[in-house]
Structure formats: structure tokens, C-alpha cells
Design a protein around this ligand. Sequence first.
Ligand SMILES: Cc1cc2nc3c(=O)[nH]c(=O)nc-3n(C[C@H](O)[C@H](O)[C@H](O)COP(=O)(O)O)c2cc1C
Length: 184
Amino acid sequence: MEILGIVGSLRSGAHNEALMGAAALAVPEGAGIIRLDGLRDLPYYDEDQDTDSPPPAVVRLRARIAAADALLIATPEYNGSIPGVVKNAVDWASRPFPGSSLRGRSVAVIGASTSRFGGVWAHAELRKVLGLAGARVVASGIAVPHADRAFAADGRLADPEQQEALAAVLADLVASARGVLQPV
Ligand SMILES: Cc1cc2nc3c(=O)[nH]c(=O)nc-3n(C[C@H](O)[C@H](O)[C@H](O)COP(=O)(O)O)c2cc1C
């Protein structure tokens, strides 16, 4: 079971990168997270470039998603919404419609923010756009607040309940990809 891990922050030392690391320590037996690089290389979505031979970074993105059993997206919140790079990636991955690599793919949304709300608005927006693109968005997720002090030295979330909640999200994601858990 291959879970493609996508981090929506481009900066080095991102808390959402750390969250993806904590998720890698919480995957169920038989599953693993493979990280996707290359969000930075994607051009802005442009329908003129979305032809039978789209830009190479787009071809790679779509192929990686198509080859994955499920997606785990760890996103920051910027100004109450998702970062442009995340929306841009979803827009490319949502085409061609309806036969895109995202369609029917199980996806879980997680994220960390330095605020006390954990980026819940961004999560709601990302879940909305993924659902519109035809992905199977799992009901569970986790929004980690105060991200600058949320991680322990071993890479796990410092709060054991949060780390358990993260493991539960991953269990739901794997169950969804196996067809055991139906989308809401
Ligand atoms: C442009 C910008 C806008 C932000 N807007 C929000 C916001 O609306 N809500 C929030 O909780 N945090 C917001 N933040 C703070 C981010 O949660 C914080 O920078 C976080 O560490 C970003 O994730 P990263 O560490 O994975 O890069 C914003 C940060 C930036 C740079």
C-alpha cells in the first residue's frame, strides 16, 4: 500500500514537513509513505498547456498520483485558505476530467499551523476542492495548532493523543483505499 505524501509548504524546516514525518511513524502495517517532490516545478495551471503533451512536471505529478494507492496531503493555511502551490497541484491533477489521476483516489488532509486553530479553514477548503475533483476524501483529519512546539525530538507529535489521532487518520486512509471505508 503506497501512500503518496504531499507537503504543501515549499520552505525548508516546514512544520508540515515535520507532520509528514510524524505520519510516516504512524502508518499501519503493510503501508508506507513515499514523498512527492516537485510542487515547486509545476507551472501555473494553464489550459493552453494542458494538451496531449503537458509540461514534464505535470506528467510526473499525474503519474505519481496514478501509481499511488492513496494520498496524504499536509497543508499549511495561508490567509484562511490553502497555499497557491497546493491549489495549483490539485488543478493540474484534476484534469483531464473526468478521467483524472485524482478521481476515485483516497485522500486524507492533515496540517499544522502556528496559530491556535491549526489551519482548519485550509483543511475545509482543500477537502472541498478535492471532493469536487472526484477524490475520495476520508472524513477524518488532524489540524495541529501551535506547530512550533508540537513535535517531540523523536519526530512524533509531542501530545500522545494527537499522535494517536494521526495514526487513526492513516488507518482510515488505508481502509478507504482498500474499499473498506466509504466516503461521507
Ligand atoms: C502568507 C502567510 C499567511 C498565513 N496565514 C495563516 C492563516 O490564515 N492561518 C494560520 O493558522 N496560520 C497562518 N500563517 C502561519 C502559518 O501557519 C505558519 O507560517 C506555518 O508554519 C506554515 O507552515 P509550514 O511551517 O509548514 O511552512 C500564515 C503564514 C504565512 C507565511
